[in-house]
Design a protein around this ligand. Structure first.
Ligand SMILES: Nc1nc2c(ncn2[C@@H]2O[C@H](COP(=O)(O)OP(=O)(O)OP(=O)(O)O)[C@@H](O)[C@H]2O)c(=O)[nH]1
Ligand SMILES: [Mg+2]
Length: 219
């Protein structure tokens, strides 16, 4: 009888221990999965933030920024772009994310505000008219001014108007823009382009490919 009582107590203790273990396991399980509304909002913001990349498009007036955006947009129209007085915007959908391209006009009065837009940018696309030798020094100075404001931002420099006979080659542009003097650890690329070509041109595809690569390396 005495022995039976001991066995009963031992069984009850074992059941209690088992119950406590199950309770703790369930608790742990739900702690991992039940989000507060604040947690949920934070995750959503993070998710959205991850999927949208702002590409800031800058460069001197007439460099071809709007023409590049027109091409990226898949426009086959041969209509010439008019100078951008304020800003210009297009959205490009890719399987991994959306790229929001924001062009700010390149006239002298607007250049003063360029720096203000760097804060929200994930990538800087700097367009240069490769045939405008006279203003290349100015294009270089403006580029280096931007580089000194944000030391981390990845930069893609587009040597545009490569269809023109007097266009500078990539190595000439590299030297004229003093890209060798950029010593920070940022990602910096120089691509050539002609934004009067076909929208599915190889150089445009290279640009899109590079943007997607930069985005996937970022995650
Ligand atoms: N030959 C040639 N002309 C181009 C090319 N890209 C643009 N253009 C011409 O250059 C001129 C200026 O182009 P835009 O795209 O308006 O230049 P932008 O950089 O947007 O200029 P802003 O808006 O004033 O800052 C237009 O007449 C375009 O047709 C190119 O690759 N080759
Ligand atoms: Mg423009």
């Amino acid at each position: 009888m005495f022995l039976l009582q001991h066995v009963r107590v031992a069984l009850m203790a074992a059941a209690a221990a088992f119950g406590a273990a199950v309770f703790m396991a369930i608790n742990l399980f739900y702690k991992r999965r039940v989000w507060t509304p604040e947690d949920y909002c934070a995750f959503k913001e993070e998710e959205e933030e991850r999927r949208q990349r702002q590409v800031l498009v800058l460069g001197l007036d007439g460099a071809g920024k709007s023409s590049v955006l027109q091409q990226l947009n898949g426009s086959t129209s041969k209509r010439k772009c008019t100078p951008t007085r304020g800003f210009n915007f297009i959205r490009l959908h890719t399987p991994t994310c959306e790229f929001d391209f924001l062009e700010i006009g390149g006239s002298e009065d607007l250049r003063a505000y360029w720096g203000d837009f760097l804060k929200r940018a994930h990538i800087l696309l700097y367009v240069v008219d490769s045939s405008d030798r006279r203003r290349l020094l100015l294009a270089k100075d403006e580029l280096h001014r931007l580089l000194s404001i944000d030391m981390q931002l990845p930069v893609i420099i587009l040597g545009n108007k490569q269809d023109k006979l007097d266009a500078m080659s990539m190595s000439e542009l590299h030297d004229a823009l003093s890209l060798g003097s950029v010593v920070d650890q940022r990602k910096l690329y120089l691509l050539q382009l002609s934004s009067v070509g076909e929208p599915e041109s190889c150089s445009l595809q290279n640009l899109q490919y590079l943007l997607v690569q930069l985005e996937s390396n970022h995650n």
